[in-house]
Write a protein that binds this ligand. Structure first.
Ligand code: NAP
Ligand code: G3H
Length: 482
C-alpha cells in the first residue's frame, strides 16, 4: 500500500491528498545508524512549496472543521486499524531508520494505533457547557453562555527522531479529531517512518489537504515554518535548545513544547532494591538512553548505595548490545555527533574523579552501557542530558539533599521515588519541581491519556490525549440574552 510514497528511493511529500515530488531536486540521505547503508532520501522543500502547502491546509481545514466529529472519528479509527495491519512492516522501517530495537519499534507502532483509536473515542465525548449569569454577584438570571470548543485552524506538528511514528501520531491525531488541519514536519532522521504514518491517514480516507507533510532540515526550513503567518498552533517535541528558539521567534502563536529532561531516580533506605535496580536499568538504558524520560541520574541514600550499585551493575552487565534486529537493548546512537557528545560527558566525569564501574567502550556511534558511581555536582554528567546509555549515581545523605539536587537541574520533566513509605514518597513528590513524579517506577510518558508535561527547560503546556485535544482547541462562547 505504500508504493506511491517514494520512487527510486526518494520519498515524496503528502500534499493535497497526493504524494508529490519537490521541484527543488534537493534531497537528504538517510543512512542506517547501525551499518551506514543508505535507507532512502527525503526531499528538502522550498519556501514556495511550503506556501502552497499552507494554502492547501487552510482550504481543507474549513471543511474538516465542519465535518461531524463522529465522521472524523470514523476515519481515525480506520487509520488505527490500517496501522495495526501494517505494524510489522512499519516497525522494520523504524528499526532500520533509527536503530531502535525491533521489539520496541513494534511496540511504538502498536501504541500509536491505540493512541489514535483512543483519541477518536475521546473526541466524541468532548462536550460543551451552559453557564447561567446569576451565579455572579448582583447578576440576574437573564443570560446564558453556551460554551463549546472550536478548532484553532492549522497545527504545525514537529516531531523528534526518537519516536518518529508515535510522537508524530500523538500530535496529528488530537489535532485532527479537534477539527484542525495539520502540517507535519518530522525529524529528518525518522522522516521515512513518519511519512508512512501520513500515508496511513491518507489511505483511511482523510480528505485531501487535512494532513500535509514537509520534509527538509529544521536548520534550513524550520524558522520559515515556525514564523509562517498561516500557523495557528505549534506542537513541538525535541531538544530544549530548539524549543527555546521556537518560543522566541514564534510571537503570539500558542504552542506546546515537550523538551529535554534529566529525570532523577531517588532511592530511599527502605526501597525494595531488587525491583528498584530493575526499574532503573530499564529506565536508563532502554533504546540506549535516547528517551526524554530516561533515568538520567540516580540519587541514592548513602546507607543503601553499595547494595544498589551492586544490583544495578549486575543488570547493566547483562544488557545485550548490537543489531536492532536482534533481541538487544543497546543499539548504536542516532549518529556519530551524538556519540561524540556522550563521550565528552564520560571523559569529564573520569577526569573529575567519578568511579567508572562499567563501560566507556565505543565503536563509532555504538556506545556500550556505562555506569558511574560517586558522581559529584561539579561533573557535567550530573546536570547535562546525555541522550545515550550513561548513568551517573550520586550518593546523598538525606531526603532533603536529594530534593535539593533534583530541583537544582535546569530540567523538570519527571522524577521517580523508590520507597515503601508513602509518607516519605509524598513528602518528596510534593517538593519536586517536575511535571510528574512516579512512585516505585521509572519515569515514563504512558499510559497516553495521563497528563505529560515538563517544567523549566523541559517544556510548556500539557500533552496526553484529552489535554492535547484541549490544547489544540479554544473556547467559543455564545451568550443568549434572555
Ligand atoms: P531536535 O534536534 O531539537 O529536533 C526536533 C525537531 O525539530 C526535528 O524535527 C528537527 O528537524 C526540528 N528542528 C530543528 N531546528 C528547527 C528549527 N529551527 N525550527 C523548527 N524545527 C526545527 O531534537 P531531536 O534530536 O530530534 O530529539 C532529541 C531531543 O528531544 C532530546 O533533548 C529529548 O529529550 C527531546 N525529546 C523530548 C520529548 C518530550 O516529550 N519531552 C520527547 C522526545 C524527545 P531536523 O531533524 O530536520 O533537524
Ligand atoms: O522521548 C520522549 C518520549 O516522550 C518518552 O516516552 O516514556 O514512553 O519512552 P516514553
Amino acid at each position: 500500500m505504500f508504493e506511491n510514497i517514494s520512487s527510486n528511493g526518494v520519498y515524496k511529500n503528502l500534499f493535497d491528498g497526493k504524494w508529490v515530488e519537490s521541484k527543488t531536486n534537493k534531497t537528504i540521505e538517510t543512512h542506517s545508524p547501525y551499518d551506514g547503508s543508505l535507507i532512502g532520501k527525503v526531499q528538502a522543500l522550498s519556501k514556495e512549496e511550503v506556501d502552497e502547502i499552507f494554502k492547501s491546509s487552510r482550504t481543507a481545514q474549513k471543511k474538516w472543521g465542519e465535518t461531524p466529529i463522529n465522521e472524523r472519528a470514523r476515519i481515525m479509527r480506520k487509520a488505527a486499524d490500517i496501522l495495526d495491519d501494517n505494524a510489522e512492516y512499519i516497525a522494520k522501517i523504524l528499526s532500520n531508520e533509527i536503530a531502535k530495537d525491533l521489539k520496541s519499534s513494534l511496540s511504538e507502532v502498536k501504541r500509536t494505533a491505540d493512541f489514535i483509536r483512543f483519541t477518536a473515542n475521546e473526541g466524541t465525548h468532548m462536550e460543551g457547557e451552559a453557564i447561567n449569569s446569576d451565579n455572579f454577584p448582583g447578576s440576574k438570571k437573564d443570560k446564558l453562555s453556551l460554551v463549546e470548543r472550536v478548532p484553532l485552524g492549522i497545527v504545525l506538528a514537529i516531531s523528534p527522531f526518537n519516536y518518529p511514528v508515535n510522537l508524530s501520531g500523538s500530535k496529528v491525531a488530537p489535532a485532527l479529531i479537534a477539527g484542525n488541519s495539520v502540517v507535519l514536519k518530522p525529524s529528518t532522521t525518522g522522516a521515512i517512518s513518519a511519512l508512512h504514518l501520513a500515508e496511513i491517514f491518507n489511505a483511511a480516507g482523510l480528505p485531501a489537504g487535512v494532513l500535509n507533510t514537509v520534509t527538509g532540515k529544521g536548520s534550513e526550513i524550520g524558522d520559515y515554518l515556525i514564523t509562517h503567518e498561516e500557523v495557528n498552533f505549534i506542537n513541538f517535541t525535541g531538544s530544549s535548545a530548539v524549543g527555546k528558539h521556537i518560543s522566541k521567534i514564534a510571537g503570539m502563536i500558542p504552542m506546546v513544547l515537550e523538551l529535554g529532561g534529566k529525570d532523577a531516580a531517588i532511592v530511599l533506605e527502605d526501597a525494595n532494591l531488587e525491583t528498584t535496580a530493575k526499574s532503573i536499568v530499564s529506565g536508563a538504558y532502554g533504546y540506549s538512553g535516547q528517551r526524554c524520560t530516561a533515568v538520567k541520574r540516580v540519587l541514592v541514600m548513602d546507607k543503601v548505595a553499595d547494595e544498589l550499585v551492586e544490583l544495578v551493575t549486575k543488570k547493566v552487565k547483562e544488557l545485550k548490545v548490537g543489531n536492532p534486529f536482534d533481541d538487544v537493548t543497546i543499539t548504536p546512537l542516532i549518529d556519530n555527533k551524538a556519540a561524540d557528545y556522550v563521550q565528552t560527558l564520560i571523559d569529564d566525569a573520569i577526569e573529575k574523579g567519578a568511579t567508572l564501574i562499567v563501560g566507556n567502550k565505543r565503536k563509532e556511534n555504538l556506545m556500550y552501557p556505562t555506569l558511574f558511581d560517586n558522581v559529584t555536582a561539579d561533573m557535567r554528567i550530573a546536570w547535562e542530558e546525555p541522550f545515550g546509555p550513561v548513568l551517573p549515581i550520586i550518593r546523598v545523605k538525606s531526603m532533603d539533599e536529594a530534593i535539593e539536587l533534583a530541583n537544582r537541574s535546569e530540567y523538570g520533566l519527571q522524577s521517580a521515588v523508590f520507597t515503601e513509605n508513602m509518607h516519605d514518597a509524598f513528602y518528596i513528590a510534593n517538593k519536586l519541581d517536575v511535571g510528574t513524579v512516579q512512585v516505585n517506577n521509572k519515569p515514563e510518558r504512558g499510559p497516553d491519556h495521563f497528563p505529560f508535561l515538563g517544567t523549566k527547560s523541559s517544556g510548556m503546556g500539557t500533552q496526553g490525549i484529552r489535554y492535547s485535544i484541549e490544547a489544540m482547541t479554544r473556547h467559543k462562547s455564545i451568550v443568549l440574552n434572555l
